[in-house]
Design a protein around this ligand. Structure first.
Ligand SMILES: NC(=O)c1ccc[n+]([C@@H]2O[C@H](COP(=O)([O-])OP(=O)(O)OC[C@H]3O[C@@H](n4cnc5c(N)ncnc54)[C@H](O)[C@@H]3O)[C@@H](O)[C@H]2O)c1
Length: 440
């Protein structure tokens, strides 16, 4: 591998710097590189910087080859050192925006990055925030800090907001094919961000303010939280009515207008959908506005683990108590085909099962070891015929594409399927699905 540093990278071509090389930042870096931009990547996690330097990808959707080639050809330089930012034309910020213990926005990462930018930003640079956040953040939090540099926003420094729409695990769509919403603090800021992003994304959607762009992201994720929580509550209603929710959804989805299907599951996890609406709720509270849908959806979502555990128990063959049962959980990530466990409902579900005395084992092709909320450590077991046959229940929480449905069916005594991934059942095996209305 050639020795590259931030001064030689790009050979004078327009350079983009990305701060925060996680699930959003690294794919974004790759999208820019694929369009010919040299990229400087900054992360405070030295393991990530070392991995990139060694040509290794830690994000499933990106291959080692792509990183290795980019690093050795001088198109990607990763470091923890902010001083290299002086050579970048644009700086894009993709750091986490989690919740505090009180479920309020925690902007510590974003504020820290912005403060670290003040001594290093240069005349005419473009700063783009991509982290999901409540409306007002770019203007009210980021802008005043950047102005401490003495540079005037809109004239000497350009500040923009563009929400990220990456869909980890979805290989059917490249990032550049997803329309990109852009906004700027001033008209000139908007022109700058549009001109840059037009070179990478197939379609740019400009909105009139950073507030509108921030809220666009929150609308998208609140829409998903509310609709998925609604269909989860609807699935529970179907259980009570002894009507199969999956059949009802399939029939409703044939309506050619006015209906978009959402599907039940063990509860919504991940870094975005359960989190972002609470940013909006917090902002609504600040303004004395109502956000009842968010409140209800959040409450339904939080109640899903207990519901799943109740249903698993209610259908255990021969009314076996959980204290004498071994449960094999399939899938612990928050969604299919990713290695991301953040806010995954598997953790509270497993904790509840353990609390109720069940013997717990899990298998996930992407997660070798996990820690349950209470600190219990578990290692993924191999999905063998013996492992499946030894479980009183195989509890399917994630529909990874590699899930061997026929194999699980063949060897299990009882399957509780929260994703409707098992389509048929052979004589002898007991199959219960979330919302299928099965009587216990
Ligand atoms: N993951 C998704 O699917 C997704 C989708 C859309 C939007 N988002 C949003 O994008 C943002 C980033 O999410 P993510 O999933 O990529 O998070 P992540 O945790 O995977 O990555 C963030 C990275 O930022 C780094 N970081 C934190 N503080 C830093 C600092 N001061 N300097 C340098 N690096 C720093 C961390 O080490 C980490 O590598 C969040 O606001 C999230 O809500 C995420």
């Amino acid at each position: 591998m050639k020795e590259i540093d931030s001064t030689t990278i790009g050979n004078g071509r327009e350079k983009v710097a990305i701060i925060g090389l996680g699930f959003v930042g690294l794919p974004l870096a790759v999208a820019f590189m694929r369009k010919g931009f040299p990229v400087i990547g900054i992360d405070m996690d030295e393991r990530k910087i070392r991995a990139i330097g060694a040509g290794k990808s830690y994000i499933q959707d990106i291959s080692d080859d792509e990183i290795e080639r980019a690093v050795s050809e001088g198109d990607l330089f990763a470091t923890t050192d902010y001083s290299v930012l002086s050579s970048a034309d644009a700086i894009i910020v993709c750091v986490p925006t989690p919740l505090s213990n009180e479920n309020a926005p925690d902007l510590t990462f974003l504020i820290n990055v912005t403060r670290q930018l003040v001594p290093v930003i240069k005349l005419h640079q473009l700063v783009v925030i991509e982290s999901s956040t409540y409306p007002g953040t770019t203007k009210e939090i980021v802008q005043p800090i950047l102005e401490q540099s003495g540079l005037e926003i809109g004239r000497q420094l350009h500040l923009a907001y563009s929400p990220e729409r990456v869909d980890p695990g979805n290989r059917s769509m490249q990032m550049n094919e997803i329309p990109k919403v852009v906004s700027g603090i001033t008209e000139r800021c908007l022109e700058r961000v549009s001109a840059l992003y037009e070179r990478v994304f197939d379609r740019i959607v400009a909105v009139s303010s950073t507030d509108a762009a921030e809220l666009t992201k929150l609308l998208e994720n609140t829409y998903r939280l509310v609709n998925i929580s609604f269909i989860n509550e609807f699935a529970r209603l179907c259980d009570a009515l002894h009507i199969n929710v999956w059949e009802v959804i399939q029939a409703a989805a044939t309506k050619p207008y006015g209906y978009s299907p959402f599907y039940p599951g063990p509860g919504i996890g991940g870094h975005c959908i359960p989190v972002d609406p609470l940013y909006l709720q917090w902002k609504a509270e600040q303004k004395g506005a109502s956000s009842r849908f968010i409140e209800i959806a959040h409450t339904v979502n939080e109640s899903m683990p207990a519901y799943i555990v109740d249903r698993v128990q209610a259908h255990l063959p021969s009314n076996k108590p959980l204290t004498e049962s071994r449960i094999l959980v399939y899938g612990v990530t928050y969604k299919k085909d990713t290695a991301d466990m953040r806010e995954s409902m598997a953790s509270p579900i497993i904790r509840l099962l353990l609390d109720q005395g069940a013997e717990l084992r899990y298998h996930d092709p992407y997660i070798d070891a996990m820690q349950v909320n209470d600190g219990t450590k578990l290692n993924s077991v191999a999905l063998t015929a013996e492992e499946i046959a030894g479980a009183d229940c195989v509890l399917i929480l994630v529909d990874h594409s590699v899930l061997p449905a026929e194999f699980i069916l063949e060897h299990s005594k009882y399957i509780f399927d929260t994703r409707n991934i098992i389509k048929s059942v052979k004589t002898g095996a007991k199959l219960v699905k979330l919302g299928d209305g099965a009587k216990s």
